[in-house]
Design a protein. Structure first.
Lengths: 141, 116
C-alpha cells in the first residue's frame, strides 16, 4: 500500500487530511479508537508544520504518504521543504505549567508522542521527511 | 467547521458544540466561552453530544480557562462526549482536570453543586 496526498498549508485543509487518512485506512481493520488517535496525531503534526514552518501559506505544499512496511505497522511520512520542526527537540511542557500560564499550545506534541511509537526525521531529494510509526493490533486479532 | 449554539436557562449558560474543532476552528470555541464569562455566567455547561472531533487546539482552549474559572468562581461541566472525543481528553489526562459527565441531567446537578 502507498497512499499519497498533497496539501496546501492552510488550516482549512486539516479536515481533508483527516478524511484522507480515514478513507485510505478504511479496509485495514484498525480498531476505531486507534484509528482516531492516529488521525489526531497526524492532524497535530500537519497543523504544527503549517503554522510554525509555513506560516499557513496556502501556496506552500506538504505531502502526506501512508505506508505499510509490514503487517500491523503503519508509517506516515510528512514531506515538506520548510524549516525542520523537530518535535523531539522540544521538551513537553508540564501540564501544571500549561494550566498556570493559560497557554493554549503545547498539547499537540504531548499527544503525538503519546500516540505514535516512533517519530523520526530525515531528508529525501532535498526535502524534509518526518516519519511517524504506529504499531497496531487488527480488530479481529 | 464548528457551530456553537448558546442557550440560557436557570442561570446556566449551555454551549452546544456542533461539528469538529481543530486548529482552524478552535477560536470559535474560545470566543463563545469568553462571551459567556464576559456576560457574568458562573455556571457553564458544554454540550458535546454533537462534537465529532477535537484536536489539541480545542483541548487547549478548555485548559486555558481552568485557572481563570478558579479565580472567578465559575464552574464548567461538559457532557455527552462520544468515545473518540473522550479518548482525546484521556490521552492528555485532561479528563481528571475538567468536570465531565455522561448526561445533561448529571452535568446540571454537578454544576449546581460546584457553585454552592
Amino acid at each position: 500500500m502507498n497512499y499519497r496526498y498533497n496539501i496546501g498549508c492552510s488550516l482549512n485543509n486539516l479536515k481533508g487530511i483527516r478524511e484522507f487518512i480515514r478513507t485510505s485506512l478504511k479496509n485495514y481493520d484498525i480498531p476505531e479508537l486507534e484509528l482516531s488517535a492516529m488521525v489526531l496525531a497526524i492532524d497535530e503534526m500537519c497543523s504544527n508544520l503549517m503554522i510554525h514552518a509555513h506560516h499557513c501559506n496556502p501556496d506552500h505544499k506538504i505531502e502526506l504518504c501512508i505506508l505499510e512496511p509490514s503487517e500491523g505497522v503503519l508509517v506516515f511520512e510528512i514531506i515538506d521543504d520548510g524549516n525542520v520542526f523537530d518535535i523531539n527537540a522540544f521538551t513537553e511542557p508540564k501540564m501544571d505549567n500549561l494550566i498556570h500560564e493559560k497557554r493554549k499550545g503545547g498539547l499537540g506534541i504531548r499527544l503525538v508522542k503519546s500516540i505514535m511509537d516512533k517519530v523520526e526525521y530525515g531528508s529525501k531529494d532535498g526535502k524534509n521527511v518526518c516519519r511517524l510509526t504506529k504499531i497496531y493490533k487488527k480488530d479481529n486479532e | 467547521m464548528v457551530q456553537i449554539k448558546r442557550l440560557q436557562e436557570d442561570g446556566i449558560d449551555t454551549l452546544a458544540v456542533i461539528g469538529e474543532i481543530d486548529a482552524s476552528s478552535s477560536i470559535e470555541l474560545d470566543l463563545s466561552i469568553a462571551k459567556s464569562v464576559g456576560e457574568g455566567f458562573k455556571k457553564i455547561l458544554v454540550d458535546c453530544s454533537s462534537l465529532e472531533y477535537i484536536s489539541s487546539a480545542g483541548l487547549g482552549v478548555f485548559m486555558s480557562y481552568i485557572e481563570e474559572f478558579k479565580d472567578k468562581g465559575i464552574s464548567m461541566v461538559m457532557f455527552g462526549l462520544n468515545e473518540k472525543v473522550a479518548n482525546n481528553f484521556s490521552i492528555l489526562g485532561l479528563a481528571d482536570l475538567l468536570h465531565i459527565c455522561s448526561t445533561k441531567e448529571e452535568a446540571k446537578q454537578l454544576v449546581n453543586e460546584l457553585s454552592v
